[in-house]
Write a protein that binds this ligand. Structure first.
Ligand SMILES: Cc1cc2nc3c(=O)[nH]c(=O)nc-3n(C[C@H](O)[C@H](O)[C@H](O)COP(=O)(O)OP(=O)(O)OC[C@H]3O[C@@H](n4cnc5c(N)ncnc54)[C@H](O)[C@@H]3O)c2cc1C
Length: 492
């Protein structure tokens, strides 16, 4: 049951208690579910709850819906990457016999296109929520315990109550100690997406998915890019061979990569930034650039949401849940980037939302299998992976057989002029169980879909060897990589 204090509904009307903005009456509303946060986890969960007939409200503190993914993450970055692909083709079109005289890049227009895509989809989320009869409540939500949620906005505060709550408050960029983001020099994913011109030079600290994607975007737009990573390799969650290949190809593209390196003493110079770099060999150097991007990971938004008023347990700030996404507080679930132990990815947030809502509605749902979560990094070439890396499979005591097929042996890749990279299959020697598939190459983020479906259906390497792959396609390389597990690939 919800008790809402609402302002007078007629503009300019005076409340019974006086002429000020004091609440005038208490309204009774009841919710089966209140979702906090409108990212891919929250909005999908709210829509599914509406489809199941649950009386649902969604609270969002931002004026626009869609969360990190839609507003400042997956979608705007991929829009820029698409333009970077097109631009690169123009610049290198000579090889295909196309002469483009003096092509020029209109970056404000590139940004406008990206912003248009974001707005269109944010409005789309609004429409879908309305259609599912989800009530939207604007404001900042704080748990008050016992199913109560306080929502504060410019128009005042209200306390709502729900039988179930889903926490989908997402994450934000971690900063380095002593640094504050600003729109001009020290950037996070938010500020860099708002740039109105291509920077001449950019230092990126952190070579996870976010860091390398921005490196790939801006290098192709003509920026001089340096990537600094503290760990021994870039994209450190990927199979080691994938990291090595991306590093090799980044260097070929003239992106400077410093792994095992330290960036310290970051200072603004007035016209840019200055960083002290210590390389893995111990060499000291001062780097200067027009901008600096901090991409050192994402911290969960679990502070100041009232967890202390509940029994919700956290682990280094992330919320601990069971396989149904339940927290230790009855009726309170958590999904997406705030959850401990699952990767911070949009499709993970969405799936966890489906699992939580199914549990609330008493419907069947299969808990997440962490070995079947695809991970995609939209660099050039791209990365798509699922399951165990070779090192993880060996560490788990599996007898491993590896198949590897280079895109150089795939005719479609040559036609596209994109034959860098390979597909690597990690299989169990005994029965040909597919343990992991790791792709770096053209459209890797699309190709990985076949491997995810194969693993979900528990297909063996033999089944995939017998699967007919159309010719000439990029996904033929997948068939060949499965053949390679038994040394039977034809084209390499
Ligand atoms: C640059 C970048 C690129 C990315 N690219 C990809 C990609 O290609 N593929 C992919 O899978 N993932 C990608 N990600 C990760 C992806 O964006 C996140 O995993 C995803 O957005 C998590 O969804 P979520 O629903 O958990 O939270 P979020 O999307 O972070 O949404 C949380 C929402 O909750 C709201 N909120 C927070 N606290 C409160 C409160 N107290 N009251 C009311 N509202 C609140 C926030 O305003 C926000 O709208 C990328 C991330 C970044 C930064």
């Amino acid at each position: 049951m919800l008790f809402r204090r609402s302002a007078p509904s007629v503009p300019g009307a005076r409340s019974k208690s006086g002429p000020h903005h004091a609440p005038s009456r208490i309204e009774k509303v009841s919710y089966d579910l209140v979702v906090i946060g409108s990212g891919p986890g929250g909005y999908s969960a709210a829509i599914r709850a509406g489809q199941y007939g649950l009386k649902t409200a969604l609270v969002e503190k931002q004026p626009r819906l869609g969360g990190t993914c839609l507003l400042v993450g997956c979608i705007p970055t991929k829009s820029l990457l698409q333009t970077a692909d097109v631009w690169e083709r123009f610049v290198h079109s000579e090889a295909e016999g196309i002469h483009c005289e003096n092509p020029s890049l209109d970056y404000p227009k590139v940004k406008e296109r990206k912003d248009g895509i974001v707005s269109k989809h944010s409005k789309g989320v609004e429409f879908l929520l309305k259609r599912a009869k989800v009530e939207r409540i604007s404001g900042y939500a704080t748990l008050r315990g016992g199913g109560k949620i306080e929502v504060k906005s410019d128009s005042g505060a209200q306390t709502i109550e729900a039988k179930n709550i889903i926490l989908a408050t997402g994450s934000e960029a971690r900063m380095l100690p002593g640094l504050e983001p600003d729109p001009n020099f020290i950037l996070t994913n938010i500020e860099i997406l708002n740039l109105t011109a291509v920077p001449k030079s950019l230092i990126i600290i952190g070579a996870g998915a976010v860091g390398v994607e921005f490196a790939s975007i801006f290098k192709r737009f003509g920026t001089d890019v340096t990537v600094i990573e503290m760990l021994p390799r870039i994209v450190p969650v990927e199979d080691e061979d994938i990291s090595k290949e991306l590093e090799r190809l980044f260097r070929k593209q003239k992106i400077r990569v410093e792994t095992g390196a330290r960036a310290e003493n970051i200072q603004k110079t007035g016209s840019g930034v200055k960083v002290s770099l210590t390389t893995k060999e111990g060499k000291q150097e001062t780097l200067e650039a027009e901008k600096l991007l901090v991409a050192v990971g994402r911290k969960p938004n679990t502070e100041n949401i009232g967890l202390e008023n509940t029994r919700v347990q956290t682990d280094r700030g992330f919320i601990v849940t069971d396989a149904h996404q339940r927290t230790a507080e009855p009726g309170v679930y958590a999904i997406g980037d705030v959850v401990a132990g699952t990767p911070q990815l949009a499709h993970v947030a969405t799936r966890e939302g489906m699992i939580a809502v199914a549990h609330i509605a008493g419907k069947p749902a299969t808990p997440i299998n962490k070995n079947r979560i695809p991970g995609c990094t939209y660099t050039e070439p791209g990365i798509g992976s699922v399951g165990l890396t070779e090192a993880q499979a060996r560490a788990a005591g599996r007898k491993v057989k590896v198949g590897r097929f280079p895109f150089a042996g795939d005719s479609r890749a040559t036609i596209l002029g994109r034959h860098d990279g390979f597909i690597k299959v990690v299989a169990d020697e005994a029965y040909g169980e597919i343990l992991g598939v790791h792709i770096i190459g053209p459209e890797a983020f699309e190709l990985i879909g076949e491997a995810v479906a194969a693993m979900e259906a528990e297909a063996t390497v033999e089944v995939m060897m017998q699967t007919i792959h159309a010719h000439p396609t990029l996904y033929e390389a997948m068939g060949e990589a499965f053949n390679a597990v038994y040394g039977l690939s034809i084209n390499a």
